[in-house]
Ligand binder design. Structure first.
Ligand SMILES: Cc1cc2nc3c(=O)[nH]c(=O)nc-3n(C[C@H](O)[C@H](O)[C@H](O)COP(=O)(O)O)c2cc1C
Length: 201
């Protein structure tokens, strides 16, 4: 385990790792991952976030009961090999919820329904993913909780009414043969528009 990793190396190789070992993750590392999360930018620095560390069997069992049946997040069916790999890997994680040593549930409190209102939680989640990457821990941003079992998880953890769930992040050591590496993305030139939409220099 090394945290001496360059920022750009971390960003370029921080891919979703969903094939995780059951070996425990020390609480100290979980705390360090959250320490990275709370350094993130957030609206007005109001820091309306909370991170629930889920390790106990009973809560995980609730997740395991509902997670697999909840729809995947992708926009329709997989159309590329990369999307299919992500879908297969997401299904693997869904079938192995109980194997994940730690889940971090990121929750937030916000006043509106517009996309930006709850957005402050996601930079914190990304910071945590990068910290996990630096520690050699596997992780991925998941959102099935939003679509499938929010009421059940709220009750299990005693979440106050004015807080909402945003993401669940599994943390675990990558299984053999699964490691961080370059992500597959469309080139920046395809998605960059200079001054006007469609002006791609
Ligand atoms: C908003 C958001 C929601 C996501 N939801 C899930 C999810 O519910 N389950 C899952 O396994 N992965 C989820 N992912 C992870 C994506 O599938 C992953 O980032 C994408 O496939 C790219 O993977 P890569 O970084 O390994 O290339 C989500 C990612 C984002 C940003």
């Amino acid at each position: 385990m090394s945290e001496d990793i360059g920022l750009f190396e971390a960003m370029y190789t921080q891919r979703a790792l969903r094939y995780l070992k059951t070996d425990p993750v020390p609480d100290d590392l979980v705390r360090k991952v959250i320490e990275a999360g709370i350094r993130a930018p957030n609206g007005g620095n109001s820091q309306q976030w909370g991170f629930v560390v889920i390790k106990d069997e009973a809560t995980k069992r609730i997740v395991a009961e509902h997670y697999p049946a909840t729809a995947r997040p992708n926009h329709g069916e997989a159309t590329t090999a990369s999307e299919q790999r992500a879908a297969d890997s997401a299904d693997y994680l869904a079938q192995h919820v109980m194997d994940v040593p730690v889940w971090i549930l990121a929750v937030t409190r916000h006043p509106g329904t517009d996309i930006h209102n709850g957005a402050s939680i996601y930079p914190a989640v990304q910071n945590m993913l990068l910290a996990a990457r630096a520690y050699g821990l596997g992780s991925v941003l998941t959102t099935r909780v939003r679509r499938g079992f929010e009421p059940q998880i709220r009750e299990a953890i005693g979440l106050p009414d004015d807080w909402v769930t945003a993401a669940m992040i599994p943390l675990g050591w990558p299984q053999d043969g699964h490691r961080y590496g370059p992500t597959t993305r469309r080139p920046a030139s395809e998605v960059t528009h200079w001054d006007r939409w469609g002006n791609q220099g």
